[in-house]
Design a protein around this ligand. Structure first.
Ligand code: ADP
Length: 193
């Protein structure tokens, strides 16, 4: 199964995506993690991305598309994978479709983890305050910027997938267990249809 997981900062997407990937036994492809790894290993790509990440902006499309493109060609993705944090722009979504179609593949499902914006702000402020080792993009100053980027660039991606009949909205309020149960239901309904 090829699944895309989309959600605003603070929605709990990382945790849920990891759980879903291990439940389905497919690789979890987080572009945020890949970019941070590249930054830590000091590669040129990592240095380029870091400049954007630290003030809440998106890394350039061609850079992200390139690392994802290389990753999905790996043998462990043959059975499927879970994209977390990608695509984040319409251009990335189109590129992903194009790359998959070269291998006669297509996405099966897109999950949107939905949380109201005032709740997101509360969660992000709490995270910024309590983190032992806050990430550069987890500061109170970066929060409005990251939400604005989500609203203007990533929300149109939801419409792109809705128009293709792939989108399922998941309510992201409640305990992590409640949220995961909703995700599992959405995936199972899709598998049996
Ligand atoms: P979150 O905390 O929302 O899960 P991520 O770990 O997914 O954040 O991403 C952290 C940062 O990495 C983003 O704010 C952005 O700068 C960069 N990034 C991650 N994925 C992408 C992408 N698909 N396109 C552009 N930039 C990305």
């Amino acid at each position: 199964m090829l699944i895309v997981f989309i959600g605003p900062p603070g929605a709990g997407k990382g945790t849920q995506a990891q759980r879903l990937a291990s439940h389905l036994n497919v690789p979890h492809l987080s572009t945020g993690e890949m970019l941070r790894d590249a930054e830590e290993s000091g590669t040129e790509l990592g240095r380029k991305a870091a400049a954007f990440m630290k003030n809440g902006q998106l890394a350039p499309d061609e850079l992200v598309v390139k690392i994802i493109g290389q990753r999905i060609e790996q043998p462990d993705c043959a059975r499927g994978c879970l994209f977390d944090g990608f695509p984040r722009t319409i251009n990335q979504a189109e590129e992903l479709d194009r790359q998959l179609s070269l291998d006669q593949r297509a996405l099966d499902l897109v999950l949107e983890l939905h949380v109201e914006e005032d709740e997101l702000v509360r969660r992000l402020l709490r995270r910024a305050k309590h983190a032992d080792k806050p990430r550069a993009d987890d500061t109170p100053e970066a929060i409005p910027k990251r939400l604005e980027v989500y609203r203007s660039l990533t929300q149109p991606v939801l419409e792109y997938y809705r128009a293709r009949g792939l989108l399922r909205e998941i309510n992201g309020q409640g305990t992590p267990e409640q949220v995961f149960a909703r995700i599992r239901d959405a995936v199972e309904t899709r598998q049996s249809s």
